[in-house]
Design a protein around this ligand. Structure first.
Ligand SMILES: C[S@@+](CC[C@H](N)C(=O)[O-])C[C@H]1O[C@@H](n2cnc3c(N)ncnc32)[C@H](O)[C@@H]1O
Length: 411
């Protein structure tokens, strides 16, 4: 392309489309030294390295002199720095700065865990059976024989639950494995230690001391799982073969920026003894309309899931509007806030300030859910080195369960 669309420039340099039009007018009037490219009587910024450097400077300058009347500065609370590790603070800063996104996984930390727990209990007790939690439980029940057959050569099965939540989806599965006398350990993996505590409490309440519960705080988008997954190999006495049944339920992976990166991360820690079970809500006209993430009966309000992180970052002091919709181009449902004022978030990293700036009308993404068909999911797993062993779809065509193992390939 010989020129940039105004919307492209606005998105790249975090300025409004109106600001880009002002720059183009200034260039036409000889007040700004950027070269233009004319198409059908309209002027655009020409695609040149020199123009790009000028635009970058203009955007930086503009931030220095923003309108202080409508300009809001917030600083995260001391509790924010207590809850999030240094690495996580940097991940939040980078994600806001580079992608205008508050990473979803961090909403489950601290008090956010209880908000998810309440939402999940609402799904579990719902009289409408078509929700993701009840369908996941049903899929695991209906496909238990198929999974057991795949694992029949093993004496014990360690269940490794990635993104454990409150463990409600696996309660029946654990019960079946216990009754078959084939359950090894139950390993709860989650980015949120508060979520793990809730899962631990539930497991103790449901099963007393019958389950060997272990847990690991890890982020599946960037922590390798090899240490966790390899323990069955070290634990296996010579007369007892232990397999890992790795679970990734609740569509957690569909919130990742890149599902393929996350899948590759998980696959890279798997060994030949492991099978990987996932459950997904599929792309259907019905799922595109689904937006009820609220804990209570209210709809299309900012869910209380966000209360904790918004309070910790002081984001409730900002004037914003919630937007929730399905994007047919990116093929994702999303929730985001649109800022009604310029905003600076001042982070402190090792006593140094790090400021992330936003302009009025910028958006901050809070939740994405990628939409994929069953064939797209199977192809994606295949590209990531995972071989399909079994798949099943619910009668209504809305949910898919897949069982994979690592592809054994010679390179
Ligand atoms: C949508 S809930 C699903 C919980 C449960 N698996 C279910 O199906 O009900 C997501 C869970 O995964 C955790 N989680 C989200 N992103 C994560 C990440 N990147 N790494 C590890 N855990 C994550 C959350 O803390 C939460 O417990």
């Amino acid at each position: 392309m010989y020129y940039f669309k105004n919307s492209e420039i606005a998105e790249t340099y975090h300025v409004s489309v109106k600001t880009v039009s002002n720059w183009i007018n200034a260039a036409k009037n000889g007040k700004l030294n950027i070269s233009l490219y004319d198409v059908e009587n309209k002027s655009y910024v020409a695609n040149t390295a020199r123009n790009m450097a000028i635009l970058k400077n203009l955007a930086q300058e503009r931030r220095k002199y923003r309108n202080t009347r409508s300009y809001k500065e917030i600083t995260p609370t001391p509790e924010f720095y207590e809850l999030f590790s240094r690495r996580q603070v940097v991940a939040i800063i980078n994600s806001l700065e580079l992608h205008r996104e508050l990473p979803r996984q961090f909403t489950y930390m601290g008090d956010g865990a209880e908000a998810w727990n309440k939402y999940s209990i609402k799904l579990a007790n719902s009289s409408q059976r078509d929700n993701s939690l009840l369908n996941t439980i049903e899929l695991l029940r209906e496909n238990h024989t198929a999974i057991s057959t795949i694992l029949q050569d093993y004496d014990k099965i360690d269940v490794v639950d990635l993104g454990v939540g409150n463990a409600i989806p696996v309660k029946d599965l654990l019960d079946r494995l216990l009754r078959q006398d084939s359950l090894g350990r139950y390993v709860a993996v989650d980015v949120s230690s508060s979520m793990i505590e809730i899962a631990k409490r539930n497991i103790a309440k449901w099963f007393g001391g019958k389950i060997d519960f272990v847990s690991e705080v890890k982020d599946i988008t960037y922590d390798r799982m090899d240490e966790i997954l390899a323990t069955n190999i070290y634990r296996s006495p010579s007369d007892c073969k232990i397999a890992n049944l790795i679970l990734l339920l609740g569509g957690t992976i569909n919130n990742s920026m890149s599902t393929e990166n996350t899948l590759r991360m998980i696959r890279s820690g798997m060994s030949a003894n492991d099978i990987f079970v996932t459950a997904f809500k599929l792309d259907t006209p019905n799922s595109r309309r689904y937006f009820d993430y609220n804990v209570g009966p209210e709809i299309r309000k900012l869910s209380s899931m966000y209360d904790n992180i918004f309070n910790l970052m002081n984001l409730f002091k900002v004037d914003f509007a919630l937007e929730a919709d399905y994007d047919p181009i990116k093929r994702m449902r999303y929730e985001r806030i649109r800022l009604n004022e310029d905003l600076s978030i001042k982070f402190i990293c090792d006593k140094r300030e790090h400021i992330v700036n936003f302009n009025k009308n910028d958006t901050i993404l809070l939740l994405r859910i990628w939409h994929k068909s069953s064939i797209e999911l199977l192809n994606e797993f295949d590209r990531c080195g995972l071989e399909i062993l079994h798949a099943a779809i619910t009668n209504d065509g809305e949910y898919l369960l897949q069982v994979h193992r690592v592809k054994q390939e010679k390179f």
